[in-house]
Design a protein around this ligand. Sequence first.
Ligand code: SF4
Ligand code: F3S
Ligand code: FES
Length: 248
Amino acid sequence: MTYQAEIRVWRGDMTGGGFATYQVEADEGEVVLDLVHRLQATQAPDLAVRWNCKAGKCGSCSAEINGRPRLLCMTRMSALPPGEPVTITPLRAFPVIRDLVTDVSFNYTKAREIPSFAAPQGLAPGEYRMSQEDVNRSQEFRKCIECYLCQDTCHVVRDHEENKSAFAGPRYLMRIAELDMHPLDTADRQKAAQEVHGLGYCNITKCCTDVCPEGIRITDNALIPLKERVADRKYDPLVWLGSKITRR
Ligand code: SF4
Ligand code: F3S
Ligand code: FES
């Protein structure tokens, strides 16, 4: 069944902008990105939007739909309130470049600030051994498609630009947690998690987990365990030392 959908799209650039309203043909089963593409093809050829896979795997098409951070390619029109306009805005936590495209380089900066996996000395790559439980934990975190929806929604930076320098955001605190819980990683990550990457700013609101399109349990499986490990070390440094010796 074909119908006319009203979509309100934020148009503008870093100097300012506003909403433009369009009537766009929609077909049953379509996702919001289909309508954005049809809008580009028929009425707004200069509309800027970032996308790539249209399959929820590249993490490029992140935007806000009716105020909620979502992937444009994975949000079905049928999941939105019928008969009401659909509002599409760029990610709020990052600077707009043009229309729906934002500058997400904040995330690349934060990624570079985290030292990579530090392998144990004297162990050749083929000699690494891990239990399946440890592999499963890492694999959950590695489902991340770098869409930055969690980074966009976390209130610590969403409404507080001034916090950005001191807070890595859920995606990168999750990366630290992954490495800290990795049985073969030898780096000391807990002090930096608290003092450099802003773990203490997270007050476990779980909004990051709510918007993750990969269903990663960011808060329960990464951020809370990392907080517990940091607290254990603070109150009992022997726990930290023991964990490094036994690699647990
Ligand atoms: Fe996106 Fe989830 Fe990765 Fe955050 S953790 S960047 S929401 S896939
Ligand atoms: Fe932010 Fe997620 Fe913590 S939304 S406050 S990082 S639980
Ligand atoms: Fe790749 Fe949407 S276009 S995740």
